[in-house]
Ligand binder design. Structure first.
Ligand SMILES: [Zn+2]
Length: 723
């Protein structure tokens, strides 16, 4: 809060002062009982009107608007697939500027698409002649003078899309707004933002689901709207490589008038204090001006809170590699008593919210500003049911090697470890990182069973891969708990360094050059930084290790082992629910793991070739397409023979399906269908590869492969018929 008693009296022409309750005593423009809230814009409320007093210094600046859901109506048709519509969800940021134009204030949509390389060039002048801004609203000036302008804003806040939930109407499943129910309450002012609680009533968007009626109802939504002043100086733009980071697209107008595309990475503002610059340059760790702090929803079950803090801090070594210490942290959101200044819908605070839902997921968004890609106002969401799915995965992937995984209720320490894995991954997204599905393709099966290797390198090089647990472990194999799940890896630390280190150079351009030179050197010499083409066999999701046949054989043998254990007789209804979930996890994993091996049929490796250097973030040479060796292809075919053409009868054990009240025939039909799809996709891939091939010998070997796979498919079909 700031106090500007003097300015107040100037705006309203006659003397006024604040009483203890914050009311204006009297003035010429507004009635004496007008309520005033000081802040970025002083806000005046009287009757159903609301005014902003805008200081001249804040015209021609940019503002962001975020709308956070504080409470949402219970939706009768909220399915487990609905990701949005919960308390903690954030809409935006959306941007506007304010400009004074005679007796009006224009609210405009600032355009950030274009970067002008040299504003003094002729082309820049011509470009500037084209209006870049769209006018949202023209608001009449109520009064002005002595450096401030008064406008009526209540109507705009209530009715203009920017401040409502309409921009996310589809995600929120809302339709018509009942205008007369809109209420603005609890206006708070801060030096660089305004916070308002706005309650709104919307009719729901009634989407009929197959076989269900679509009830129509009105729902009340409490929202927290934050209007925040954007920093005067955006952070410098850093070019992306089209894969490591989430990016925004910009176009650069060069001095000669040509337009080029510039992908800009999304990242947080991490700055060095001027007095620390020399130390940073010398390689000493320095604390950033503003560290990245995530606040934890107090609705999280108490047992998880410590783990969430640890999960966020797992990113610290990555920032240390980039030269920053204590760059990232998490803390429990303070109560109003502990910190009256804290407000979860103030978009200066990053937040992790807990949502009670059947949705088995979590998400880490990267809302950013359009000038520079700076991430701001980030709300990570964790759905309570994500715990069910990770526990089932852990059972399927580590149940053979860890007896704890088989308990109906997993020990608290284990549950916390599983949640940490989820949160660290989502925080990675919120730091700007994209998935890297090549991150689990380095380790050999022996390394995956070697605790010392795992202590140094982990299961994979990236937690941004879809890789969860160490299913290369057999019954009896012992490694530490941390080595049974994916951790932050070498690629992740490198990626944070590349995105966040302040590279040497006096200008942003020099720093960019140094940053890309470093990138090229690193990519050439460090295979652990691999980020293969998405078509590459190694970029598969949920896979593990550098030998799919070996590791997935182990995985499937583990599933078989689990079905052989005396653990499938439920003692209660809850037991049965848990076991059904776990049985489903086994059959899902069987399908996943055969799928990874099928991918080798007609699949390729795409080796990046940096020998000719790089251009705009990519190797100049196209990736080299490499096939599996004939020896490995034999192993692949043997795997299909052993695990697919020979159906997994252990998965259809009648004792097991009847104990869980499952329809055995339905289970067989489902698995059979999935495996036949794998066969068909493989045949299609091989056929395509053969058609594209020019080399006689390769065509011949692909023809042979095609026949081998066809025969295996026939064998599988016959075997399933006999079941
Ligand atoms: Zn993800």
């Amino acid at each position: 809060m700031i106090t500007r008693n003097i300015l107040l009296s100037i705006v309203f022409g006659s003397a006024c002062s604040l009483t203890a309750s914050g009311q204006i005593m009297s003035d010429g423009t507004l009635p004496p009982d007008t309520k005033v809230t000081k802040g970025m814009f002083d806000t005046y409320e009287t009757g159903d009107k609301m005014y902003w007093s805008v200081p001249d210094s804040l015209f021609d600046r940019e503002y962001s608007v975020t709308t956070t859901i504080l409470s949402a109506p219970e939706s009768p048709n909220r399915g487990s697939e609905t990701k949005y519509g919960y308390a903690g969800d954030m809409i935006g940021p959306i941007y506007f500027s304010l400009h004074k134009q005679g007796d009006e204030v224009w609210m405009t949509d600032p355009q950030h698409k274009r970067i002008i390389a040299d504003p003094a060039s002729d082309f820049a002048r011509i470009a500037m002649l084209n209006p870049q801004q769209r006018i949202y609203k023209r608001i009449p000036v109520v009064s002005s003078g002595e450096g401030r302008t008064l406008i009526e804003i209540g109507n705009t806040l209530k009715n203009f899309t920017l401040f409502s939930m309409e921009p996310a109407y589809y995600d929120m499943k809302i339709s018509m707004r009942l205008k007369e129910r809109d209420r603005i309450s609890d206006v708070k002012g801060k030096k660089d933002c305004l916070l308002m609680r706005i309650s709104r009533t919307y009719k729901n968007m009634a989407i009929p689901m197959p076989g269900k009626s679509a009830p129509s109802y009105e729902g009340n939504w409490e929202t927290g709207v934050c209007v925040s002043l954007m920093p005067k100086n955006p952070i410098s733009v850093k070019r992306g490589d089209g894969k490591s980071y989430f990016e925004i697209n910009k176009s650069v107008l060069a001095t000669d008038g040509t337009l080029t595309r510039l992908p800009v990475i999304k990242r947080w503002r991490l700055e060095i204090r001027p007095e620390d610059r020399e130390r940073y340059r010398r390689g000493e760790l320095v604390e950033p001006v503003n560290p990245i702090i995530f606040y934890i929803d107090r609705n999280f079950p108490k047992m998880y809170r410590k783990s969430i803090i640890e999960a966020v801090r797992e990113w610290r070594p990555a920032f240390e590699q980039a030269g920053f210490k204590n760059a990232i942290d998490a803390r429990l959101a303070p109560t109003a008593k502990e910190d009256p200044d804290f407000c979860m819908y103030d978009n200066h605070y990053a937040y992790i919210s807990w949502k009670i839902s059947g949705m088995s997921n979590a998400y880490g968004p990267t809302p950013c500003e359009g000038r520079s890609g700076e991430i701001m106002g980030c709300h990570v969401g964790v759905f309570s049911s994500v715990m069910d799915v990770v526990q089932n995965w852990y059972f399927a992937q580590c149940g053979a090697s860890d007896a704890e995984a088989r308990k109906t209720v997993l020990p608290e320490s284990l549950q916390c470890e599983l949640l940490k894995m989820v949160i660290t991954h989502e925080i990675g997204h919120s730091l700007g990182l994209e998935h890297n599905h090549s991150g689990s393709s380095m380790a050999s099966i022996d390394q995956l069973r070697d605790n010392d290797y795992l202590n140094k390198h982990g299961l994979g090089t990236s937690i941004m891969d879809y890789v969860r647990f160490n299913y290369a472990l057999r019954p009896g194999d012992k490694v530490d708990l941390r080595n049974r799940r994916i951790q932050l890896g070498e690629y992740d630390r490198w990626a944070i360094e590349w995105g966040y280190r302040v590279f040497e150079g006096d200008t942003p351009e020099e720093q960019e050059t140094a940053r890309w030179k470093w990138y090229e050197e690193q990519k050439k010499t460090r295979p652990e930084l691999a980020f293969y083409d998405s078509r590459d066999i190694r970029s598969q999701q949920e896979d593990l290790g550098n030998d799919h046949v070996a590791v997935n054989t182990c995985g499937i043998e583990n599933l078989k082992y689990l079905t052989s254990l005396d653990i499938w007789t439920p003692k209660s209804l809850t037991d049965e629910q848990v076991m059904k979930g776990r049985f489903r996890a086994l059959s899902d994993h069987y399908n996943l793991w055969t799928g990874h091996v099928f991918a080798h049929l007609g699949g390729y490796y795409y080796e990046e070739d940096y020998s000719a250097g790089m251009e705009t973030g990519k190797p100049r040479n196209p990736a080299r397409k490499v096939s599996d060796t004939p020896e490995y292809m034999q192993k692949v075919l043997k795997f299909i023979q052993d695990y697919v053409a020979t159906p997994p009868v252990w998965l259809f054990d009648a004792k097991l399906t009847s104990a869980l009240h499952l329809d055995r025939n339905k289970e067989i039909k489902r698995i059979r269908g999935q495996q036949m799809d794998h066969f068909d996709n493989a045949l299609q891939r091989i056929g395509k590869a053969k058609d594209a091939e020019k080399d006689e010998a390769s065509i011949k070997s692909l023809e042979k492969l095609l026949n081998d796979v066809k025969q295996l498919k026939e064998k599988a079909e016959a075997a399933y018929k006999d079941m």
